[in-house]
Design a protein around this ligand. Structure first.
Ligand code: OGA
Ligand code: ZN
Ligand code: ZN
Length: 395
């Protein structure tokens, strides 16, 4: 039989994919087997916490060099045969040591198991989404703190993921600063408007944003199968009359719709409609509902952009009901108590979750002064990744 002393040190290493462990954990105090419906080990820690770990799960999570690649730490083990034989199990120095029926040894850190007790929340680094309350005001982070300290960048990312919006302030009036800031987090997400775009009134616009007209609350690029997640808009000039920014928490408004009119909510969630953008070079369209939900009915995404809604192709009997639901949602979104309203100052950058928070602007008068924003997009995965990496550094 393999004894613990002969195990390679990699046995004690935490798999790369499982990093993120922090803090003290109570000692493992007892272990016994439970062969209820499926064979499992019952573990108990000194704080009274218990966990029931099915054998197949334990075998699948072995971190030895045969089961995890020693360099990438990715899984090599394939869970293709049911695990039914109870392994020999011992507690050794804060570890759980198992020897499986075929002689394969596995070793688990008791704290690692403690944090993965079935039913425990998975990720403590990524903040949960918090709907905007009536007195919501955006978190403001100074440019110097964002670029000069881990705490500043973390605070910015946390606010963005939690509230779906965050403001950066007192930045330089420098061309491409938005790209430099975004690239700290991840690669820019390119679209048909480029990886980085200029928002100003242009002579031959291919998009409402490049005029001086008002933009009602909208999400960008709902005509893409996968619209960009995070939008950054960096203000370089804003001297024209008008042009104030408006924002609304689309998830909060959708929840208000669900409470006020479940039927209207259901219609917007269950009825795909067409979105389409066309110019000289492109014709980009997709069909999707205004509200997307997960299997539990929780909101995943809002697609809302009145000027690139395409022909409404629905069965005739649904059309008036769909418009009525759309109007209700529109009114809730634009209700003054739902809306955030402020003028971006040069050197400020707003970042928001384009699949949750809607944005817009008031009309401006280009004859009274200049207005110039630079924008780009980022993937949410990169924002979450950056936050996890920064949290790792802070330990
Ligand atoms: C955009 C947009 C808002 C603004 O470029 O997508 O909505 O304030 N711009 O000009
Ligand atoms: Zn193994
Ligand atoms: Zn927009």
């Amino acid at each position: 039989m393999t004894t613990l002393e002969t195990l390679p040190t990699a046995h004690a290493r935490i798999p790369m994919g499982e990093l993120g462990d922090i803090g003290e954990t109570p000692r493992l105090t007892s272990l016994r087997t439970d062969d209820g419906r499926d064979a499992a080990l019952l573990l108990e820690w000194e704080d009274g916490a218990t966990g029931r770990f099915p054998l197949g799960w334990l075998r699948d999570h072995c971190a030895c060099e045969a089961c995890r690649h020693p360099v990438t730490r990715e899984r090599l083990y394939r869970p293709l045969t049911p695990v039914t034989d109870i392994p020999e199990a011992r507690r050794v120095d804060g570890h759980l040591a198992l020897t499986w029926a075929d002689g394969h040894p596995s070793r688990f850190d008791a704290g690692w198991l403690y944090r993965r007790r079935p039913g425990q929340a998975a990720d403590t680094v990524i903040p949960a989404r918090r709907p905007w309350a009536a007195d919501y005001a955006p978190e403001r982070i100074a440019h110097a703190d964002f670029t000069g300290s881990v705490a500043g960048e973390r605070a910015w990312l946390e606010a963005l993921l939690r509230d779906g919006l965050v403001l950066l302030e007192a930045g330089p009036l420098a061309d491409e600063e938005v790209s430099r800031l975004a690239e700290r987090i991840g690669p820019l997400r390119p679209t048909n408007f480029g990886a980085r775009f200029d928002v100003r009134s242009k002579p031959n616009p291919n998009n409402a944003a490049y005029t001086a007209i008002a933009l009602a609350l909208h999400t960008d690029l709902p005509n893409w199968r996968q619209p960009p997640d995070i939008q950054l808009l960096y203000c370089l000039e804003n001297d024209a009359e008008g042009g104030e920014s408006i924002f609304a928490d689309g998830f909060a408004a959708a929840e208000a719709l669900r409470a006020e009119s479940p039927e209207a909510f259901r219609l917007l969630a269950e009825t795909p409609i067409d979105f389409r953008f066309q110019d000289e070079e492109q014709d980009i369209g997709t069909r999707a509902p205004i509200l997307s939900l997960d299997p539990d009915g929780a909101l995943l995404e809002v697609r809302f952009n009145n000027w690139i809604r395409d022909t409404l192709r629905l069965p005739s009997y649904l059309i008036e009901a769909w418009y009525a639901a759309y109007r209700r949602f529109w009114r809730l979104l634009h209700a003054p108590e739902q809306q955030l309203d402020f003028a971006l100052a040069p050197g400020q950058m707003v970042a928001f979750d384009n699949r949750r928070v809607l944005h817009g602007r008031r009309a401006f008068d280009p004859s009274t002064g200049r207005r110039h924003l630079q924008g780009t997009y980022l993937d949410l995965d990169m924002c979450e990744s950056r936050l996890r990496v920064l949290a790792r550094e802070a330990r």
